[in-house]
Design a protein around this ligand. Structure first.
Ligand SMILES: Nc1ncnc2c1ncn2[C@@H]1O[C@H](COP(=O)(O)OP(=O)(O)OP(=O)(O)O)[C@@H](O)[C@H]1O
Ligand SMILES: [Mg+2]
Length: 202
């Protein structure tokens, strides 16, 4: 069953050896040169798998990966039967400050080990029980550059502002969590502020 058809990927809920799984297949972009397209697709899949694996080692929850098919541009992973944090933050959920703090703590852990997620939005974080699962690492990278981490955090803030404008003050909780879990976090927060004041996309 197709659950989401994005610009780049199709997400299906499937049965895989008796398990409920999600398959994520990167689709061909017609406007891109075929070879370039192949290269980009397999690169993004490799990045996604690598960064999911590294995040898991840090104690961050990510879906279990069952299969990777580079020729078929496909990842088969655990179906996380939860809710998108984007929806939770717009619902009557009680502990939104605690949830925001935990987002910040996890992002801080990733950044502390040089993992930039690449597409940090509340649609790419799922809540199941008391756990947060991070997904969609395909645009991420391993980096030591404060600038790249600052952009990552800046995009999270921008996305938070547009998706959750009525509770934007809770972004402070995200930052508190971030600073508590990332030793050099204040440098990155400073960079985020600098990027924000430079104006968009400069
Ligand atoms: N493992 C999973 N378990 C449950 N739901 C998932 C899972 N993976 C993806 N989803 C759902 O599908 C949506 C889209 O998935 P994802 O963010 O990976 O793809 P995308 O944004 O289309 O991809 P990309 O940005 O890489 O082109 C998520 O917001 C989530 O609702
Ligand atoms: Mg996504």
């Amino acid at each position: 069953m197709l659950i989401r058809k994005g610009a780049e990927a199709e997400i299906r809920l499937e049965d895989w050896n008796g398990r409920k799984v999600v398959s994520k297949v990167r689709v061909r972009k017609g406007y891109r040169n075929t070879q370039l397209d192949e290269r980009l697709r397999s690169q993004r899949i490799k990045t996604e798998v690598k960064l999911m694996t590294e995040s898991r080692k840090l104690g961050i929850s990510v879906p279990i990966i069952y299969d990777v098919d580079l020729a078929g541009n496909k990842i088969v992973m655990e179906f996380v039967e939860g809710e998108r944090v984007k929806d939770v933050l717009e619902s009557g959920y009680e502990d939104k400050p605690g949830l925001c703090r935990r987002i910040g703590e996890d992002v801080g852990k990733m950044h502390g080990e040089g993992i930039a997620h690449g597409d940090l939005t509340t649609s790419n974080i799922l809540q199941k029980g008391d756990r947060l699962y991070f997904i969609d690492f395909s645009l991420g990278e391993k980096t030591k550059e404060v600038e790249v981490l600052g952009v990552d955090l800046h995009l999270l803030r921008e996305g938070f502002f547009s998706a959750h404008s009525r509770i934007f003050e809770l972004f402070e909780e995200v930052l508190d969590g971030y600073l508590a879990s990332h030793e050099k976090g204040s440098e990155v927060v400073q960079k985020m502020n600098e990027i924000g004041s430079r104006g968009r996309y400069t």
